[in-house]
Ligand binder design. Structure first.
Ligand code: 13P
Length: 250
């Protein structure tokens, strides 16, 4: 299955002045990691994060990007700007951006296309609300999100994408999906990708689980066949907790 990737999503946390030391701490705590280790930081923290990650195994990601190359988009950041800084990953379509920043399946698709064209690795978030889960339409919704996200993307490019399954009801709530619930959807995502492309592309895609993953519950989730890593919010803000999750991913 896909390469194991543990990525922290700092969200709107930590200051630029704290970032260099914290990324160094993460690099030290995760030395010898058998998976890819990524810290996704606020835009203003990216420069010190990249500086601290130099010469270590840690990769740096942004939490968003704009789909245009440049122009009159006040407050936005382009793929070229991220690449120029030395950023490798970018989170696209996080449910918080879908909820608060008008992110749609269409803008998510445009951003994935742009990220891939510029050599950034997109971490594409999908996931259902509690209401949708209770209505029994989880896989229908995920299927639409995946198909729209990957529209127009070649099999070769699709294989580079990371998909993060993040049930909205599990984010920041302390209420994790059970190992089996997470595996069921992650396996479903792989099947959708196999139908869209082929088995080889579907197997190459890294599928992460995200939503209250922590040092205590990570081992069971990461042991599942179709869960190739995690997108970690709260627990990524403490280096020892994050390192425990990294150590469980092999
Ligand atoms: P928590 O780990 O804080 O629940 O956040 C998950 C998440 O949204 C990662 O993108």
């Amino acid at each position: 299955m896909g390469k194991y990737i543990i990525a922290g999503n700092w969200k709107m946390n930590k200051l630029p002045s704290e970032t260099y030391d914290f990324v160094k701490e993460v690099a030290e705590a995760t030395k010898g990691a058998e998976c890819e280790v990524v810290c996704c930081t606020p835009y203003v923290c990216l420069a010190p994060a990249v500086e601290a990650a130099k010469g270590t195994h840690v990769k740096i990601g942004a939490e968003n990007l704009h789909f245009e190359d440049s122009g009159a988009f006040t407050g936005e950041v382009s793929a070229d700007m991220l690449v120029d800084l030395g950023v490798d990953y970018v989170i696209i379509g996080h449910s918080e951006r879908r909820a608060y920043n008008n992110e749609t399946d269409e803008t998510v698709n445009k951003k994935i296309v742009k990220a891939l064209a510029k050599g950034l690795i997109p971490i594409v978030c999908v996931g259902e609300s509690l209401e949708e889960r209770e209505a029994g339409i989880t896989m229908d919704l995920i299927s639409i999100q995946i198909k729209k996200a990957f529209a127009g993307i070649s099999a070769e490019d699709a294989a580079k994408v990371v998909v993060a399954y993040e049930p909205i009801w599990a984010i920041g709530t302390g209420k994790t999906a059970t190992d089996d619930q997470a595996e069921e959807v992650c396996g479903g995502i792989r099947q959708i990708l196999a139908d869209l492309y082929d088995d080889a592309a579907a197997k190459a895609v890294t599928i992460q689980y995200g939503g209250s993953m922590n040092a205590k519950n990570c081992a069971g989730l990461l042991a599942k066949e179709n869960i190739d890593g995690g997108l970690i919010g709260g627990a990524s803000l403490k280096a020892p907790d994050f390192a425990t999750i990294v150590a469980a991913a092999k």
